[in-house]
Design a protein around this ligand. Structure first.
Ligand code: ZN
Length: 301
Protein backbone atom coordinates (compact mmCIF):
# COMPACT_ATOMS: atom_id res chain seq x y z
CA UNK A 1 0.00 0.00 0.00
CA UNK A 2 2.61 2.41 -1.13
CA UNK A 3 0.74 5.65 -0.96
CA UNK A 4 -1.62 4.88 1.86
CA UNK A 5 -0.25 5.68 5.24
CA UNK A 6 0.98 3.19 7.83
CA UNK A 7 -1.98 3.74 10.13
CA UNK A 8 -4.27 2.46 7.47
CA UNK A 9 -2.14 -0.67 7.03
CA UNK A 10 -2.22 -1.26 10.76
CA UNK A 11 -5.95 -0.73 10.88
CA UNK A 12 -6.44 -3.20 8.08
CA UNK A 13 -4.28 -5.81 9.77
CA UNK A 14 -6.17 -5.31 13.00
CA UNK A 15 -9.54 -5.66 11.37
CA UNK A 16 -8.41 -8.61 9.32
CA UNK A 17 -8.23 -10.54 12.58
CA UNK A 18 -11.66 -9.42 13.63
CA UNK A 19 -13.50 -11.59 11.21
CA UNK A 20 -17.09 -11.25 12.26
CA UNK A 21 -18.99 -13.13 9.66
CA UNK A 22 -18.24 -15.63 6.99
CA UNK A 23 -19.52 -15.04 3.54
CA UNK A 24 -20.70 -18.08 1.68
CA UNK A 25 -19.47 -16.97 -1.69
CA UNK A 26 -20.48 -19.37 -4.37
CA UNK A 27 -18.06 -20.87 -6.76
CA UNK A 28 -18.89 -18.74 -9.74
CA UNK A 29 -16.65 -20.79 -11.94
CA UNK A 30 -18.21 -24.09 -11.03
CA UNK A 31 -21.62 -22.50 -11.38
CA UNK A 32 -20.56 -21.76 -14.90
CA UNK A 33 -19.31 -25.31 -15.43
CA UNK A 34 -22.38 -26.94 -13.99
CA UNK A 35 -24.59 -24.75 -16.09
CA UNK A 36 -24.53 -27.35 -18.83
CA UNK A 37 -24.63 -30.44 -16.63
CA UNK A 38 -27.22 -29.25 -14.20
CA UNK A 39 -28.76 -26.40 -16.04
CA UNK A 40 -32.22 -26.38 -14.58
CA UNK A 41 -31.28 -26.87 -10.93
CA UNK A 42 -28.67 -24.13 -10.86
CA UNK A 43 -30.79 -21.81 -12.94
CA UNK A 44 -33.74 -22.23 -10.64
CA UNK A 45 -31.55 -21.66 -7.62
CA UNK A 46 -30.05 -18.47 -9.05
CA UNK A 47 -33.38 -17.18 -10.25
CA UNK A 48 -34.87 -17.87 -6.83
CA UNK A 49 -32.06 -15.97 -5.10
CA UNK A 50 -32.42 -13.01 -7.39
CA UNK A 51 -36.17 -12.85 -6.95
CA UNK A 52 -35.83 -12.98 -3.15
CA UNK A 53 -33.27 -10.19 -3.24
CA UNK A 54 -35.49 -7.95 -5.32
CA UNK A 55 -38.60 -8.83 -3.32
CA UNK A 56 -36.98 -7.26 -0.27
CA UNK A 57 -37.26 -3.92 -2.09
CA UNK A 58 -39.99 -4.04 -4.69
CA UNK A 59 -43.54 -5.32 -5.02
CA UNK A 60 -43.28 -6.05 -8.72
CA UNK A 61 -40.02 -7.83 -9.59
CA UNK A 62 -40.91 -8.32 -13.25
CA UNK A 63 -41.58 -4.63 -13.67
CA UNK A 64 -38.17 -3.83 -12.18
CA UNK A 65 -36.46 -6.27 -14.56
CA UNK A 66 -38.38 -4.74 -17.44
CA UNK A 67 -37.28 -1.27 -16.41
CA UNK A 68 -33.68 -2.46 -16.16
CA UNK A 69 -33.85 -3.90 -19.65
CA UNK A 70 -35.41 -0.84 -21.24
CA UNK A 71 -33.05 1.63 -19.59
CA UNK A 72 -29.76 -0.32 -19.28
CA UNK A 73 -29.99 0.11 -15.52
CA UNK A 74 -27.91 -2.22 -13.33
CA UNK A 75 -27.84 -3.28 -9.69
CA UNK A 76 -24.37 -3.35 -8.17
CA UNK A 77 -22.35 -2.88 -5.03
CA UNK A 78 -22.91 -4.96 -1.96
CA UNK A 79 -26.47 -5.73 -3.04
CA UNK A 80 -25.21 -7.62 -6.07
CA UNK A 81 -22.74 -9.48 -3.89
CA UNK A 82 -25.59 -10.39 -1.56
CA UNK A 83 -27.06 -12.50 -4.31
CA UNK A 84 -24.63 -15.19 -3.29
CA UNK A 85 -25.00 -14.99 0.42
CA UNK A 86 -26.97 -17.41 2.54
CA UNK A 87 -30.68 -16.65 2.65
CA UNK A 88 -30.83 -15.07 6.12
CA UNK A 89 -28.33 -12.45 4.95
CA UNK A 90 -30.44 -11.59 1.95
CA UNK A 91 -33.32 -10.93 4.29
CA UNK A 92 -31.15 -8.65 6.38
CA UNK A 93 -30.29 -6.66 3.32
CA UNK A 94 -31.26 -3.04 3.84
CA UNK A 95 -30.17 -1.18 0.78
CA UNK A 96 -30.19 -1.62 -2.94
CA UNK A 97 -27.78 0.23 -5.24
CA UNK A 98 -29.33 0.99 -8.61
CA UNK A 99 -27.18 2.54 -11.34
CA UNK A 100 -28.77 4.47 -14.17
CA UNK A 101 -27.65 6.85 -16.89
CA UNK A 102 -28.66 10.50 -17.03
CA UNK A 103 -30.81 9.76 -20.06
CA UNK A 104 -33.10 7.45 -18.07
CA UNK A 105 -32.74 8.96 -14.62
CA UNK A 106 -36.27 10.36 -14.52
CA UNK A 107 -37.79 7.13 -15.76
CA UNK A 108 -35.97 5.10 -13.09
CA UNK A 109 -36.84 7.58 -10.34
CA UNK A 110 -40.48 7.68 -11.38
CA UNK A 111 -40.61 3.91 -11.26
CA UNK A 112 -39.52 3.82 -7.63
CA UNK A 113 -41.67 6.80 -6.64
CA UNK A 114 -44.89 6.05 -8.51
CA UNK A 115 -44.92 2.28 -8.90
CA UNK A 116 -43.09 1.29 -5.73
CA UNK A 117 -44.13 4.19 -3.47
CA UNK A 118 -40.67 5.17 -2.38
CA UNK A 119 -39.98 8.68 -1.19
CA UNK A 120 -36.94 10.68 -2.16
CA UNK A 121 -35.32 11.65 1.14
CA UNK A 122 -32.29 13.36 -0.31
CA UNK A 123 -30.49 14.10 -3.54
CA UNK A 124 -26.76 14.37 -3.18
CA UNK A 125 -24.76 16.06 -5.91
CA UNK A 126 -21.33 14.71 -6.81
CA UNK A 127 -18.91 14.93 -3.93
CA UNK A 128 -15.18 14.46 -3.71
CA UNK A 129 -15.56 11.50 -1.40
CA UNK A 130 -17.48 9.46 -3.97
CA UNK A 131 -14.15 8.48 -5.48
CA UNK A 132 -16.04 8.26 -8.71
CA UNK A 133 -15.90 11.05 -11.22
CA UNK A 134 -18.58 9.19 -13.22
CA UNK A 135 -21.28 9.75 -10.60
CA UNK A 136 -23.19 12.98 -11.13
CA UNK A 137 -25.62 12.54 -8.24
CA UNK A 138 -27.27 10.06 -5.91
CA UNK A 139 -31.00 10.01 -5.17
CA UNK A 140 -31.69 8.52 -1.75
CA UNK A 141 -35.05 6.79 -1.55
CA UNK A 142 -36.79 5.20 1.39
CA UNK A 143 -39.85 3.10 2.10
CA UNK A 144 -40.58 1.42 5.44
CA UNK A 145 -36.93 1.37 6.37
CA UNK A 146 -35.86 -0.04 3.01
CA UNK A 147 -33.29 2.12 1.29
CA UNK A 148 -32.69 2.43 -2.42
CA UNK A 149 -29.89 4.55 -3.82
CA UNK A 150 -30.39 5.56 -7.42
CA UNK A 151 -26.94 6.49 -8.64
CA UNK A 152 -26.80 8.57 -11.80
CA UNK A 153 -23.85 8.65 -14.14
CA UNK A 154 -23.32 11.18 -16.90
CA UNK A 155 -21.57 8.51 -18.96
CA UNK A 156 -23.53 6.62 -21.61
CA UNK A 157 -23.30 3.38 -19.62
CA UNK A 158 -24.53 2.72 -16.09
CA UNK A 159 -21.60 0.33 -15.53
CA UNK A 160 -18.88 3.00 -15.51
CA UNK A 161 -19.09 3.86 -11.77
CA UNK A 162 -18.73 0.14 -10.95
CA UNK A 163 -15.22 0.26 -12.42
CA UNK A 164 -14.34 3.17 -10.18
CA UNK A 165 -15.24 1.29 -7.00
CA UNK A 166 -12.73 1.13 -4.18
CA UNK A 167 -11.90 -2.52 -4.76
CA UNK A 168 -12.51 -5.50 -7.02
CA UNK A 169 -14.82 -7.34 -4.60
CA UNK A 170 -17.68 -5.00 -5.51
CA UNK A 171 -17.02 -5.01 -9.24
CA UNK A 172 -20.05 -7.20 -9.87
CA UNK A 173 -23.37 -6.16 -11.32
CA UNK A 174 -26.70 -7.44 -12.45
CA UNK A 175 -28.30 -6.36 -15.68
CA UNK A 176 -31.92 -7.24 -16.44
CA UNK A 177 -30.91 -10.78 -17.36
CA UNK A 178 -27.34 -11.45 -16.28
CA UNK A 179 -24.99 -11.41 -13.33
CA UNK A 180 -21.49 -10.27 -14.23
CA UNK A 181 -18.40 -10.53 -12.08
CA UNK A 182 -15.33 -8.72 -13.36
CA UNK A 183 -12.89 -10.47 -10.99
CA UNK A 184 -14.68 -13.75 -10.28
CA UNK A 185 -11.73 -15.89 -9.11
CA UNK A 186 -10.68 -13.35 -6.51
CA UNK A 187 -14.24 -12.68 -5.51
CA UNK A 188 -15.06 -16.33 -4.95
CA UNK A 189 -11.83 -16.71 -2.96
CA UNK A 190 -12.78 -13.72 -0.80
CA UNK A 191 -9.84 -11.65 -2.08
CA UNK A 192 -10.14 -8.04 -3.08
CA UNK A 193 -7.61 -5.80 -4.79
CA UNK A 194 -7.82 -2.13 -3.85
CA UNK A 195 -8.50 -0.16 -7.02
CA UNK A 196 -5.18 1.58 -7.79
CA UNK A 197 -7.16 4.70 -8.69
CA UNK A 198 -7.89 5.04 -4.98
CA UNK A 199 -4.27 5.49 -3.98
CA UNK A 200 -2.61 6.59 -7.23
CA UNK A 201 -4.73 9.70 -7.34
CA UNK A 202 -4.31 10.10 -3.57
CA UNK A 203 -8.06 10.04 -3.40
CA UNK A 204 -8.13 7.75 -0.39
CA UNK A 205 -10.40 9.24 2.20
CA UNK A 206 -12.55 8.28 5.12
CA UNK A 207 -15.41 6.97 2.96
CA UNK A 208 -13.07 4.67 1.09
CA UNK A 209 -11.38 3.44 4.24
CA UNK A 210 -14.78 2.72 5.79
CA UNK A 211 -15.92 0.88 2.66
CA UNK A 212 -12.79 -1.25 2.66
CA UNK A 213 -13.13 -1.96 6.38
CA UNK A 214 -16.66 -3.21 5.81
CA UNK A 215 -15.33 -5.95 3.56
CA UNK A 216 -12.36 -6.73 5.77
CA UNK A 217 -14.75 -7.14 8.67
CA UNK A 218 -16.77 -9.57 6.62
CA UNK A 219 -13.71 -11.73 6.21
CA UNK A 220 -12.39 -10.57 2.87
CA UNK A 221 -8.69 -10.36 2.26
CA UNK A 222 -8.09 -6.82 1.03
CA UNK A 223 -4.74 -5.71 -0.39
CA UNK A 224 -3.29 -3.14 -2.77
CA UNK A 225 -0.61 -5.57 -3.95
CA UNK A 226 -1.72 -7.71 -6.91
CA UNK A 227 0.72 -10.51 -6.07
CA UNK A 228 -0.80 -10.86 -2.60
CA UNK A 229 -3.76 -12.36 -4.43
CA UNK A 230 -1.61 -15.03 -6.07
CA UNK A 231 0.68 -15.37 -9.06
CA UNK A 232 -0.32 -13.99 -12.45
CA UNK A 233 1.27 -13.43 -15.86
CA UNK A 234 1.85 -9.73 -16.20
CA UNK A 235 0.15 -7.96 -19.12
CA UNK A 236 -1.69 -11.16 -20.09
CA UNK A 237 -3.68 -12.49 -17.20
CA UNK A 238 -7.21 -11.33 -16.48
CA UNK A 239 -5.89 -10.66 -12.99
CA UNK A 240 -2.96 -8.44 -13.92
CA UNK A 241 -4.02 -4.84 -13.25
CA UNK A 242 -1.89 -3.83 -16.26
CA UNK A 243 -4.02 -5.91 -18.63
CA UNK A 244 -6.66 -4.12 -20.68
CA UNK A 245 -9.93 -5.89 -19.95
CA UNK A 246 -13.40 -5.73 -21.42
CA UNK A 247 -16.79 -6.66 -20.01
CA UNK A 248 -17.03 -9.45 -22.60
CA UNK A 249 -13.53 -10.92 -22.36
CA UNK A 250 -13.02 -14.56 -21.42
CA UNK A 251 -12.20 -13.74 -17.80
CA UNK A 252 -15.63 -12.23 -17.28
CA UNK A 253 -18.35 -14.81 -16.74
CA UNK A 254 -21.85 -13.72 -17.64
CA UNK A 255 -24.38 -15.69 -15.69
CA UNK A 256 -27.65 -15.73 -17.62
CA UNK A 257 -30.61 -15.85 -15.28
CA UNK A 258 -33.08 -16.85 -17.91
CA UNK A 259 -33.04 -17.62 -21.56
CA UNK A 260 -35.22 -15.06 -23.21
CA UNK A 261 -35.76 -15.91 -26.81
CA UNK A 262 -34.84 -18.89 -28.85
CA UNK A 263 -35.13 -19.47 -32.55
CA UNK A 264 -34.67 -23.19 -33.05
CA UNK A 265 -31.72 -24.03 -30.84
CA UNK A 266 -30.09 -20.65 -31.17
CA UNK A 267 -30.36 -18.39 -28.18
CA UNK A 268 -31.02 -14.81 -29.13
CA UNK A 269 -29.48 -12.68 -26.45
CA UNK A 270 -30.92 -9.24 -26.53
CA UNK A 271 -28.00 -7.43 -25.04
CA UNK A 272 -28.10 -3.70 -25.39
CA UNK A 273 -25.43 -3.09 -22.76
CA UNK A 274 -22.36 -1.28 -24.03
CA UNK A 275 -19.03 -3.11 -23.92
CA UNK A 276 -16.69 -1.40 -21.48
CA UNK A 277 -12.92 -1.51 -21.65
CA UNK A 278 -10.71 -0.75 -18.69
CA UNK A 279 -7.21 -1.04 -17.26
CA UNK A 280 -6.69 -0.62 -13.52
CA UNK A 281 -2.92 -0.16 -13.76
CA UNK A 282 -1.40 0.79 -10.41
CA UNK A 283 1.74 -0.52 -8.76
CA UNK A 284 3.05 -3.82 -7.52
CA UNK A 285 3.50 -5.77 -10.78
CA UNK A 286 6.80 -7.35 -11.78
CA UNK A 287 7.58 -5.28 -14.85
CA UNK A 288 6.20 -2.07 -13.60
CA UNK A 289 9.07 -0.07 -15.07
CA UNK A 290 8.13 -1.19 -18.55
CA UNK A 291 5.69 0.85 -20.54
CA UNK A 292 2.14 -0.36 -20.57
CA UNK A 293 -1.34 0.93 -21.16
CA UNK A 294 -2.34 3.79 -18.87
CA UNK A 295 -5.18 3.40 -16.41
CA UNK A 296 -8.41 4.07 -18.22
CA UNK A 297 -12.09 3.31 -18.57
CA UNK A 298 -13.82 3.62 -21.94
CA UNK A 299 -16.92 2.56 -23.78
CA UNK A 300 -15.58 0.19 -26.42
CA UNK A 301 -18.71 -0.69 -28.36
ZN1 ZN B 1 0.87 -7.97 -13.41
Amino acid sequence: MTNLNGDFDKLCAELQRMVMEELALPDLISLRKTRMENNEGVKDYMEDRRRKLYEVFVKDVDKLKDLMERTGTVVSGSSALHLFQPKPNVLRLQDLDVYATEEFSQKVLNHFKDDEEYEVTNTVKWRRDYNSSAISRVHKLEKNGKLVDVIITNWASAIIPVLQYHSTIVMNYMTAHTFISLYPEWTKAGKSLVNPAVYMGEKSNLQTVLALMKYIRRGFYVSAEPFDMGIHNCDQSTYCPRTTRTTIDEGTPHWEFEVKNTVGKTVIVCNNMAVIEWCLRGEGCKDENEESVAAHIAIAA
